[in-house]
Design a protein around this ligand. Sequence first.
Ligand code: NAD
Ligand code: 0WE
Length: 258
Amino acid sequence: MTPTRLFEGKRVLVFGVANERSIAWGIAQAMHEHGASFIFTYAGEALEKRVRPLAEVVGADLIRCDVTNDEEVEACFEQVRAKWDGIDVLVHAIGFANREDLDGRFIDTSRAGFLLAHDVSVFSLVLLARHAAPLLAARRGNIITMSYYGSEKVVQNYNVMGVAKAALEASVRYLAADLGPDGIRVNAVSAGPIKTLAASGIRGFKTILSTVEEKTPLRRNVTQADVGNAALFLCSDLGGGVTGEIMYVDAGYNIMGL
Ligand code: NAD
Ligand code: 0WE
């Protein structure tokens, strides 16, 4: 039996592929297997040589876009509009805080560090959603972003990123309400910890992975493919009734109490 291809003819604009371990790459691979076409964006020159070979695997076009730069975001969407008259999926898999703000006490976060984390990790979703909305409305498309458990419970050292993820999840709900009347759905996947570039250099990350493996109902960590498949479901017609939702893909970790 031929499996159903959920993304035949679908156009997917991806923010957040840095390398082969990126969650955004897991999402792109899942959608590629289902027939999607892609544009990948990358944050700066330094990442281009990493991202280009991955883009080639799925036949994606590449556009540079640092989301903290309004002109670059504007220019990026001009290029997108030159290629496509509509978008089916906007993938937002971007997050950043200063390294020193992911250690020690949250109370010590500087104004600049707080604003940077919120600019890159939260405002970028609002900005990209606004630019993409007309293109998404043309195809009753979807927005998907990535959150983490530290948004609702205190996770040691996650600090300002936890506060940013709480704002990100609230933004998902407000964007879902704004864009729902145009048939655009907005959802988040809250993923369990995965060893990516954004996890490298986090003190104690190995301990986090082994603790999850021990305590989680499924007794394992999740993979980029697990997250990719959940994103595929949410952004396909199978997820047609779901918007404003934060879907845990964490092997069940979040349900456990004592
Ligand atoms: P990653 O390092 O592969 O991806 C982070 C991406 O953010 C990179 O591609 C980077 O280029 C991009 N980025 C940072 N600043 C940017 C800017 N100014 N402009 C444009 N892009 C910028 O790591 P990842 O783990 O795949 O992270 C993707 C998302 O998943 C993040 O939102 C992260 O918070 C979230 N997340 C990660 C985990 C985990 O354990 N790895 C768990 C849950 C959620
Ligand atoms: O969202 C994330 C990672 C976010 C992140 C990571 C870095 C590392 C390098 C944001 N900014 C930076 N800046 C850097 O300079 N995760 C969910 C993964 C993660 O990060 C943690 C975690 C987990 C889980 C940080 C502390 C504690 C747990």
